[in-house]
Ligand binder design. Structure first.
Ligand SMILES: Cc1cc2nc3c(=O)[nH]c(=O)nc-3n(C[C@H](O)[C@H](O)[C@H](O)COP(=O)(O)OP(=O)(O)OC[C@H]3O[C@@H](n4cnc5c(N)ncnc54)[C@H](O)[C@@H]3O)c2cc1C
Length: 455
């Protein structure tokens, strides 16, 4: 099983379910730092390049929770593979702005910023998004921010197509010359994973490799022809189970219907959103999974597949108890679908910090409006029950109602009777009850800005 490591072809001599970070450090690539080993801090950031049609496309990912099976036939770039005789413009800006103190986190920042310019969808204003998954224990954030903004001013890639962008970055010294030949190296490798389909299903592994050191008998779902794209068919928008959180966030189809680009900005951090998949979020069955709560609030349906057989059920019926789902042995999630129709929609998330944090409580609501009444209401809340909670009674109560303070007050009472929060590190049960109330009020204040909510 081969891959390209910086400028050389390498062979994997460790289990495919183990961490790429551990493998790289054992090989002597110690510029890839180990700190949290949970995808939280970004010290182990690498670039992962993959052939897409005839181009190699790169993403910055945390190597600690990247299973080795995912690098087969791909290009792995560590900080050692970026270093050249002179500092790169990114390294230079970091030095000039005094953005490196103890230096431990610096390789991670350099890799994230380099990856930013190589991202397929390039949004210049988002340079700080590129480093939202990197922590600096010295707290040099003001200088790092200055360096990032300086870099964004210096490197002008917005009008270039992907291949032209790679060439320009080589010319500027952001990435070394050898990037030009990677394409041929990968073509020559032509390595692909093979599996008998028996073992642990692996999607992005952002949950699996946090829970355990190594995944035994990994079955990489990309081998099972599960889709990773988003498409429209027969009046529905379908999202393949392997679609990443970031692809979902930036999907044109979904952004036509809701402001999902902004809504999902508060979900983990870019390197995690790039790897974490919809299917993983749904099957993880965390009561506070953000995508789960988002799509429950949209009345989504889930499609499950076993061999050639598929079945579809409402997402709200998929969850049976804490981490228990209506999922048979050998069955996988293949996609999720929502009606391709504009609905009134709002998503709220409260966490201990705004970005890169799991919610204390999150909630989503959607409905249609007919004359003055709201119809076809779906309301979900997370973090207040053993399952991602669909508020069935509250949704039914709100159906066909003209919204006013009285109706909201009654809905709050019903919602309170449907939840069963527990006290934990994310807040006391009492606090979470209060949050549910406040988030439902926030939904109505956002979707009925003209209404004065008097409670
Ligand atoms: C630093 C960090 C921050 C995070 N922040 C957030 C956050 O803000 N919000 C949030 O919701 N989550 C967050 N997470 C949690 C995690 O990233 C998500 O739950 C993620 O969506 C899991 O997806 P994955 O593809 O990585 O799943 P994996 O780890 O690959 O799999 C998770 C589980 O799902 C199963 N599985 C995966 N796909 C399928 C399928 N198609 N069919 C059947 N079974 C399947 C696997 O077997 C496994 O049991 C965070 C994680 C990290 C490390």
């Amino acid at each position: 099983m081969k891959f390209v490591l910086n400028n050389k072809i390498e062979e994997i001599d460790a289990p495919l379910g183990s961490s790429t970070l551990d493998f790289l450090r054992k090989k002597g690539f110690t510029g890839v730092k180990e700190a949290c080993h949970e995808g939280e801090c970004g010290a182990c950031m690498i670039l992962l390049g993959e052939m897409e049609e005839s181009t190699v496309k790169y993403k910055a990912v945390t190597s600690c929770i990247l299973p080795l099976g995912e690098i087969i036939g791909k290009h792995v770039v560590t900080i050692e593979g970026i270093n050249q005789e002179k500092l790169t413009p990114i390294q230079e800006a970091i030095v000039e702005e005094g953005a490196s103190q103890c230096g431990f986190c610096t390789p991670g920042f350099v890799m994230s910023l380099t990856g930013f310019f190589l991202n397929e969808i390039f949004v210049k204003e988002d340079i700080l998004t590129a480093i939202e998954g990197n922590l600096c224990r010295c707290g040099t954030y003001a200088a790092i921010k200055r360096a990032a903004e300086k870099i964004a001013e210096k490197i002008k890639v917005e009008d270039l197509n992907y291949s032209a962008r790679v060439n320009y970055l080589i010319e500027l010294g952001v990435i070394p010359e050898y990037f030009k030949n990677i394409h041929e190296k990968l073509e020559k490798l032509n390595e692909k994973l093979e599996s008998n389909g028996k073992g642990t299903n692996v999607a992005g592994a952002t949950d699996l490799l946090v829970q355990r050191e190594k995944i035994e008998k990994p079955v990489f779902l990309s081998q099972l022809q599960i889709r990773n794209d988003i498409w429209e068919e027969d009046g529905y928008i379908y999202i393949g189970a392997l679609a990443s959180m970031e692809d979902i966030r930036l999907s044109e189809e979904l952004n036509e219907l809701f402001d999902i680009k902004n809504d999902l900005r508060v979900v983990s951090a870019l390197p995690i959103r790039i790897r974490a998949t919809l299917g993983g979020n749904l099957v993880n069955a965390s009561p506070i999974g953000d995508l789960t709560i988002y799509f429950l609030g949209l009345g989504a349906e889930i499609s499950l597949r076993k061999g050639e057989k598929s079945r579809i059920l409402p997402l709200k019926d998929f969850y049976k108890g804490y981490k228990q789902m209506d999922l048979e042995e050998g069955e996988v999630v293949e996609s999720l679908r929502i009606k391709s129709k504009k609905r009134f929609f709002n998503f709220e998330k409260v966490a201990m910090r705004k970005y890169v944090d799991i919610a204390s409580v999150n909630s989503a609501i959607s409905f249609e409006k007919e004359e003055n009444k709201i119809k076809n209401v779906h309301l979900s809340v997370g973090g207040v029950a053993p399952v991602p909670k669909y508020l069935e009674k509250t949704s039914n109560f709100l159906n066909d109602k003209e919204v006013n303070s009285e109706v909201v007050r009654e809905a709050l009472e019903i919602a309170d009777s449907e939840i069963s929060p527990i006290s934990d590190v994310r807040g006391s049960a009492k606090y979470k009850r209060l949050l549910v109330r406040q988030l439902i009020i926030a939904h109505f204040m956002t979707l009925f800005p003209e209404m004065e909510v008097k409670l």
